[in-house]
Design a protein around this ligand. Structure first.
Ligand code: DAH
Length: 334
């Protein structure tokens, strides 16, 4: 591009301007547009190249051509700005269109979890006893005869062992038949005063029917301190049952357990019937002595109850086996 006369330069200028105008309006992206700008208006761009020939023009011609060149430059700059804003608008519109939420689309099903009635009872009872200052404790399900029976004052060959059809494991261990093993394990490792709540699975070689399962859950609570009496047991049991069932009548019946003396069974008046809900009593001195707690100084009470029983009453479930079915139609009701 080595033009020498002003007419030639003028012609070249308008040719460059025309090409640039076409390319600007054809630029399909911001990136494309910027390349076009550099190609025509950049330091080494086509416009500069044309003006490079101005050196050979006369002093009168130079300002004329300079003015023309400035006009062309300003015109192209404003075309570029216009195209830039058009491209930006189009980009935003495309993005909006692509990201539009179709509110009529079907939703994704989110299955909702439910607390199982058994866990719900354990949670409710735990809340009540934690509120009374009880500690929550646990003990093993695979247990020795000592913790499940002997230390709880079940003498060898005592007929009381027949009350609980035990599942024995090879090697002499057994599956605990009740949560009362927690009493021994906790008292062995802690000093009175103590107030303890335990819960967990228990196992018995029962015939399975609507009210019996081979695997079931118990809750156990006990307290040991100086001067604890049967009145404390009664008050605690009544307060607990009222917290769970509302304002119910509570009845104590004399009973027998090897690890309590005296012992009682507790009924609540529920929908016009007496319903047996727990066994309890004053911890037998033999039990306290077995864990090295001086029964002359300390006394305590203990109680145990079946969780399934409470769940069945509270949720009006007629068959214990439903609690262990994985039928979601059943479970979703809670
Ligand atoms: N362990 C007894 C059972 O499984 C229930 C029980 C009765 C627990 C009296 C106690 C209690 O702590 O004092 O049948």
């Amino acid at each position: 591009m080595s033009a020498t006369t002003s007419t030639e330069i003028e012609a070249q200028l308008s040719a460059v301007q025309q090409r640039a105008t076409e390319e600007i309006s054809a630029a399909s992206s911001l990136d494309d547009l910027d390349k076009t700008r550099v190609r025509y208006l950049g330091k080494k761009g086509d416009l500069s190249k044309v003006l490079g020939g101005m050196g050979k023009l006369s002093a009168e011609e130079r300002p004329q051509i300079g003015a023309l060149a400035n006009q062309a430059k300003t015109a192209l700059q404003s075309q570029i700005e216009q195209r830039k804003s058009d491209l930006q608008t189009a980009q935003i519109e495309a993005q909006l269109a692509a990201e539009t939420i179709d509110v009529t689309m079907p939703g994704v099903y989110q299955p909702q979890g439910h607390i199982h009635p058994i866990n719900s009872i354990i949670d409710q009872v735990t809340d009540i006893f934690v509120g009374l200052g009880y500690t929550v404790a646990q003990s093993p399900e695979i247990e020795s005869d000592y913790y499940n029976f002997e230390a709880l004052n079940f003498l060898p060959d005592h007929p009381a062992r027949d009350m609980q059809d035990t599942l024995y494991l090879p090697g002499g261990q057994l599956l605990r038949t009740h949560t009362s093993n927690t009493q021994i394990r906790y008292m062995e490792n802690n000093q009175p005063p103590m107030r303890v709540l335990a819960s967990g699975r228990c196992y018995r070689r029962d015939t399975v029917d609507a009210t019996h399962a081979a695997v079931f859950h118990q809750l156990e609570f006990f307290a040991v301190d100086k001067g604890i009496t049967f009145t404390d047991l009664r008050g605690t049991v009544k307060l607990f049952l009222e917290a769970l069932f509302g304002d119910v009548e509570v009845r104590f019946r004399p009973s027998y357990f090897p690890f309590t003396e005296p012992s009682a069974e507790v009924d609540v008046r529920w929908q016009n019937q007496w319903l047996e809900v727990m066994g309890c009593g004053m911890i037998d001195p033999n039990v306290l002595n077995a864990v090295g707690c001086d029964a002359e100084v300390y006394s305590g009470f203990a109680a145990g109850l079946g969780v399934e029983r409470l769940a069945m009453v509270q949720s009006k479930i007629d068959d214990i086996r439903r609690l262990y079915s994985s039928d979601l139609r059943f479970l979703r009701q809670f």
